[in-house]
Structure formats: C-alpha cells, structure tokens
Design a binder for this molecule. Structure first.
Ligand code: AMP
Ligand code: MN
Ligand code: MN
Ligand code: MN
Length: 284
C-alpha cells in the first residue's frame, strides 16, 4: 500500500464532544468501513483518546491521537486540528480546559436568545439530553434538540435558520488564539493542521495572511480531502498546500450516522501531487 492510497481518516468526533458514537463504537465503524489509520479529533477535548486507542489496537487498526481546537482569528471562528499529540501534555490539557470553560455560559445565552427572539423555550435543558460530556455543550447538541421539536427538518437546516453567524441563536464567542492553539499542539509533539479551510468566510487576502501566520507559528498542514469540501475543493486546496509548502491531511469529520456528509472511511483518495502529513509517521 502506498502512502497515497492508505485509507487514513484523521478527523472524527465521538460522544466526548459533539459526535453520537462512543470512541469504541466509532473505532468499530471505522474498521468496518476499511480505515487503515484513524484519528479521533474531538473538539477541545482529549479525554476520549485512551479508549479510542485501546479500541483501535483491539481491532488491529492504526491510530493517531488528535484534537480539533476552536480558535478566533480576525473575528472568525476557525478550527485547528492537532495530530500525533501527546494527550497527557499538561500545557495542552490546561489550554483545552481554558478553551472549553466558556461553553456552558454561551449555551445559556443561546437558549435565552432562542426564547426571546424566536419563542423557542427550554433549549438549554433539551440540548443537555444530547450532551455526552458536560464540559462540552456545542451548537450540534442544540441542533439535534431543535430537530427533535420540529423547529427545522434537519441539523443543517437548524444551522441555516437559527445557529449560523447572524442567526437568532448565534452567540459570538472568543476561543483560543491561533498562536496558542499551534503552540499547545507543537508543545505536545504534534502536527498542527488547518481543518476544512474551504468552510471559512475569508477574503483571498485574509486567507493569505492566515496561512502565512499559521506557518510562522509552525503549522505544517491543511486538510484537503474532507467531508466539508466539494470535489473541486480537493484539488483547489491541494494546489494551495503545495504553493505554501504545507503537507495535507484527509478526514471525514464524521459526527453521526444520521447526518454525515461522508461516512467515516468513505472519502476519495488524496489527489496526485499530495504530500500527506502521515508520510513521516508511517512506513508505506
Ligand atoms: P460549536 O463548537 O459549539 O460552535 O459547534 C460547532 C459544530 O457545529 C461544528 O463542529 C459542526 O459539528 C457543527 N456545525 C457547524 N456548522 C454546521 C452546519 N452548517 N451544519 C451542520 N453542522 C454544523
Ligand atoms: Mn463538530
Ligand atoms: Mn470543524
Ligand atoms: Mn470536526
């Protein structure tokens, strides 16, 4: 198997953040779908990694420890994935705890706004039913509850109507900085990777300064083949990676069997001329 044909899925979520499968159930699904190397990348959390690694080893599947850190850059929320991290690194653990700490307050503010602006009451308590980790209440949990009560037909419709920036349930939040996220990841021995770059609403000029700054701090890769990108974006971001000298990563961003863009392990292979971030970690 060559380094480009390896079925690496290095972006996925469990019940430790906003996924619906436990780390062990996610490992089983990844294995059943043909994944060779899997990374669990819960939002701002590493507490699922030990169980994920044990399950992957049990299934004889490659495992890379990961995390997806929320940052605020130029007023926008951006996600930075850390791969091959030491999840026991104290600075990483403390940084993630700090990043998570505002989530409950934010969720209460979201619920208050949904009640006062669109008359949806009880969404904080309702969303909690979907939360696997009390430290990590996310918009995804609100979205599942709003689907349950019929406020919209699907999770993606809930985001469009209520939870995306500018919508009535959106509460701006200040996450970690880019410098912090990259330094926590590097300090824990990991590779910093820009998650799903095609999802950010940045001008070409802003993207250029973002990528340069990311590189200055020691970021080394961007996701190209992800469940959040169109087929055209796979090639577009492969070119961009090569222009900036970034390695590339591949991951479904799988959260739930019900509303997955792409199932775990079911992405197309990397385009030609890709330099995968895993080339230094695994022998072909
Ligand atoms: P939060 O970290 O609480 O702001 O929640 C962000 C999460 O919401 C992301 O990680 C996605 O899982 C989910 N999300 C964001 N936008 C959308 C969307 N348009 N459709 C479905 N899920 C989304
Ligand atoms: Mn998510
Ligand atoms: Mn993300
Ligand atoms: Mn994700």
């Amino acid at each position: 198997m060559s380094i480009l044909t390896l079925n690496a899925d290095l972006h996925s979520h469990s019940t430790i953040s906003d996924g619906v499968l436990t780390p062990a159930a996610l490992a089983e699904r990844a294995k059943a779908n043909g994944v060779d190397v899997w990374a669990l990348t819960d939002h701002d959390e590493v507490s699922g990694i030990a169980a994920a690694r044990a399950a992957a080893h049990e299934l004889d599947m490659g495992f890379i420890s990961g995390v997806e850190i929320s940052i605020t850059w130029a007023g926008k929320t951006i996600h930075i994935v850390g791969l091959n991290i030491d999840e026991n690194n104290p600075d990483l653990i403390a940084g993630l705890a700090k990043t998570r700490s505002g989530r409950e307050r934010r969720a209460q503010d979201m619920a208050a706004d949904l009640a006062s602006k669109v008359g949806i009451t009880g969404s904080f308590e309702g969303s909690l039913k979907y939360v696997g980790n009390p430290d990590l209440i996310s918009r995804s949990h609100f979205a599942r509850y709003l689907v349950e009560i019929g406020a919209a037909p699907s999770v993606s419709d809930v985001f469009k109507l209520y939870l995306a920036e500018g919508k009535p349930g959106y509460v701006p939040h200040r996450w970690a900085t880019l410098a912090e996220a990259v330094s926590w990841i590097r300090g824990a021995g990991g590779a910093a990777v820009v998650a799903h770059p095609g999802r950010y609403d940045l001008s070409p000029l802003a993207f250029d300064s973002f990528f340069r700054e990311f590189k200055e701090y020691g970021g080394i890769a961007i996701e190209t083949v992800t469940g959040s990108h169109t087929v055209d974006q796979y090639d577009e971001y492969t070119k961009i990676a090569n222009q900036y000298g970034f390695l590339v990563s591949r991951g479904s961003d799988f959260h739930s069997p019900e509303d997955a863009e792409v199932d775990i392990g079911k992405l197309p292979l990397l385009p030609k001329f890709s330099k995968p971030v895993w080339e230094n970690w695994l022998s072909a």
